[in-house]
Write a protein that binds this ligand. Structure first.
Ligand code: SF4
Length: 403
């Protein structure tokens, strides 16, 4: 399994597969293009979900930014549907003498990219790729702390990497809470995280206060993402509000120090990496369960580790968080990562916290019958059976009924 550095990436929103992925593809292709000064035009063609929701996700704007100073045309191809992956992007440099240099890439989710034929893929660094195998590794090496395992394979510097990303995520929340106004795009959706935060702060009920604060923090990141600001793929842009909200709450109100928070963040990320490895984090491939479901498992595992739950309980929380999002569809209205995405981040943060509570309070009485590895298997199967209209194409569900 690959490094957590491949999972947690800072990049431009609003979508890891539709902006960060294409951004990385464009940069990769530009760097590979020989004799750039003789290029008459760069022609970048978007297929599948990239074409159908590319406008709403600002995919064309991100590509044009990378090719700034070069003649570039972004083409939306709606006719080629037999694709290896729903997020396919062809990059072509057309030279003055008529010949061309062409490559096709896939944006496979969470900002990860690969060439269509031939893998652009970093090395595996973990000798296991499932929760079960990780548990066996822990017991056979007489280890009990998942973070120690992460540090063993990633090196001690991984903690600083996590702290940098958390710092960026927390700054995004704080800065977004100061912003109001209308989010970009035709939906004319009002940013409301600031108002929710004010209401939360004045609430006398502890339960209401916690729920509203988690909501405000989730919305803050999701609104920043909708503005196209830089966000961290936790584990995707569309679901980037969930994990930072949970951890920022603990950091701010329960006074865990940043090292404790960063270790918990990495443990959650490792759990999420099992989903990436064995299914996908792409809404275009498996629906929103792959994004919001994965973020919930990530958050539930992080909070469970932070509060000292056992490895079994961390698995329990991660599983519960995903199980009840199975089948969650991806139907962003008008192709914008706003409805249902922003509200869904808030709901998922509360859901992830509840999964932690279930693991803590129910696991002493009954073993969970569904393992985390099995729920990933079910998620993949369910996602494959979801109709295409409900997988980031904006053709079905809410996108169809809301105009
Ligand atoms: S509905 Fe879910 S998967 Fe689809 S764009 Fe929104 S957050 Fe991402």
């Amino acid at each position: 399994m690959k490094s957590l550095r491949e999972l947690l990436i800072l990049g431009p929103g609003p979508s890891s597969s539709h902006t960060i992925g294409p951004h990385r593809i464009a940069e990769t292709f530009l760097a590979l293009t020989p004799n750039k000064e003789q290029v008459k035009k760069f022609e970048i063609t978007l297929y599948g979900s990239l074409a159908l929701t590319g406008k709403g996700h600002a995919t064309d704007a991100i590509i044009e930014k990378v090719f700034d100073g070069y003649p570039v045309e972004v083409v939306f191809n709606f006719t080629e549907t037999k694709l290896k992956h729903p997020n396919t992007m062809q990059c072509r440099a057309i030279y003055n003498d008529g010949h061309n240099f062409t490559k096709r890439y896939l944006s496979i989710g969470g900002g990860a990219i690969q060439e269509e034929d031939g893998i652009y893929s970093p090395k595996d660094i973990y000798p296991f790729n499932t929760f079960d195998k990780m548990e066996k590794y822990l017991s056979s090496h007489e280890l009990s702390d998942i973070y120690d395992l992460i540090e063993k394979f990633e090196g001690p510097d991984i903690l600083n990497y996590a702290k940098q990303l958390l710092n960026s995520s927390f700054l995004t929340i704080q800065s977004s809470l100061t912003k109001s106004g209308i989010l970009p795009g035709p939906l004319k959706l009002k940013a409301v995280s600031q108002e929710i935060y004010k209401r939360a702060s004045s609430s006398k009920s502890r339960t209401e206060r916690r729920i509203l604060l988690l909501t405000a923090f989730s919305y803050a990141t999701a609104e920043a993402n909708a503005r196209g600001e830089m966000v961290v793929t936790n584990p995707t842009c569309g679901s980037s509000g969930v994990v930072p909200a949970l951890l920022f709450y603990e950091y701010k109100y329960h006074h865990f120090n940043i090292n404790e928070i960063a270790k918990a963040y990495l443990v959650g990320a490792l759990v999420c990496n099992f989903i990436k490895q064995n299914a996908s984090l792409s809404g275009a491939l498996l629906g929103c369960q792959a994004e919001i479901g994965s973020a919930s498992s990530f958050g539930a595992a992080s909070i469970s580790y932070l509060y000292g739950l056992t490895v079994h309980q961390i698995e329990y929380a991660s599983e519960v968080a995903m199980e009840h999002f199975l089948g969650l569809t991806c139907d962003p209205v008008d192709g914008y990562v706003q409805i249902p995405c922003i509200e869904r981040n808030g709901m998922a943060a509360i859901h992830a916290y509840t999964a932690y509570l279930y693991a803590k309070n129910i696991s002493p009485y009954r073993k969970n019958r569904v393992s985390f590895d099995k729920v990933i298997e079910a998620m993949k199967l369910t996602g494959k059976e979801l109709p295409n209209d409900l997988k980031e194409t904006s053709l079905g569900g809410l996108a169809k009924v809301i105009c």
